[in-house]
Design a protein around this ligand. Sequence first.
Ligand code: PFF
Length: 463
Amino acid sequence: MAPRGGFSSRIGFIAAAAGSAVGLGNIWGFPFEVGEGGGAAFVVIYLMFCFILCFPVMATEIAIGRKTQKNPVGAFTALGYKNWNWVGKLGILAGILILSFYNVIAGWAFGYIFEMAAGHFGGGEQFGEYTLKIFKVGGYGLAFMATTALVVSRGISGGIEKAAKMLMPTLVVMMLAMVIYSLTLPNAMDGIRFYLVPDFSKINAGVVYNAMGQAFFSLSLGMGALITYGSYVNKKENIVSAAALITLADVGIAVIAGLMIFPLIGFMSGGTMEGAAGGPGLIFVTLPTIFGTLGSIGPVVGTLFFVLLCFAALTSTVSLLEVPVAYAVDELNIKRNRAVWIVAGIIFAIGIPSLLGFGYSDFFSTAFTTYKEGGTDTDFLSFIASLANDSILPLGGCMIAFFAAHVWRKHNLDDELAEGSPNYKGSFVQKYLNFAVGYLAPFVLAVVFVLTVLFKFFGISIF
Ligand code: PFF
């Protein structure tokens, strides 16, 4: 069998895994969830979930990957539990579904670089017309998928690691430049106040529940992306500290994204923060409108924003594609290069209904009722997101944690986590991870999974 390749350095692995985590979820999803969840109170709950619940699951995924040196399906088999490899299969399915719509959004963002550079700041109307130009947005989507495939086809150290090492630092610099600029605008501080001063009266079950889903998606958990990346990590690596750094990087970038966006909304709303709860349209409608009010610097700021959004998205699409590719290479014995282009082509095709679901095709725009808020018709993309992000990821995370603690067993997990981390055994972190992976995560994720499925697909709302 051909060598699978691997990360060449600790920093390369951390950059790639942080790159997977940091994406549209941080820069697009996080601010709009904060806006809808009433601001800082959401942020506090989100941070708690990331560190208390997600970080242990992340360390577990990486440990399973490194132990087995396999894709998520092969990993369960390699540990001797072939009858558990459906969890890996479900993860691969989630990866395929997520990439299919994620690439549509990334393609829009790619095209918006040119819209901004040309000074087109037409807000909602412009975006509505833009998504109807199917061949144009389809072309941008195709270009984005091809770029993703190109990176993945170059392998782990030569493609994924190299791209992440270049893109991630550039992303941080661009974001900080945007934050500094946003903070100089009038009424910026009203945005910051909304964002950072919590009002706990805004918290209800729905907010808690969205914070959980957002944290899980943002950290790329539940579908074996980190089992896959973990399979390319060497034994000297300290997994626990790497997982902590990846979590910190992801949370840090989400927090910076908020610092970049809320001052802009403070500025536009004259301090009332109206428009903060702009929902998914925040990035493609509200922000371009704001860029349009900035005068001659508008096109520069707008272009910069969408370039950085694309950089963030690319390191995530790369990790999403790598999961089914690793499966094809390990289990089906297909050569990497071939596997990459075939899988990318199939996923692009699966994404076409999502692309058509923004008014171009009535069927894909409205026929997918999720019963959300009493049975409104929804578009295909939202339906796939409900299925993959909101349902399969928590189920996968629950199963992975339960499996690691109770089937593969805690002492084996501990042994793997102790490799490269000599002080791990007997530490407080070990005790905490044992509790979180064994009980807390399976329980909370099972509850989230059941509530989501009841709510999204059966219209039953328990809280
Ligand atoms: N974490 C990515 C984001 O926040 O945009 C999305 C993602 C990437 C989810 C990879 C899952 C995954 F395996």
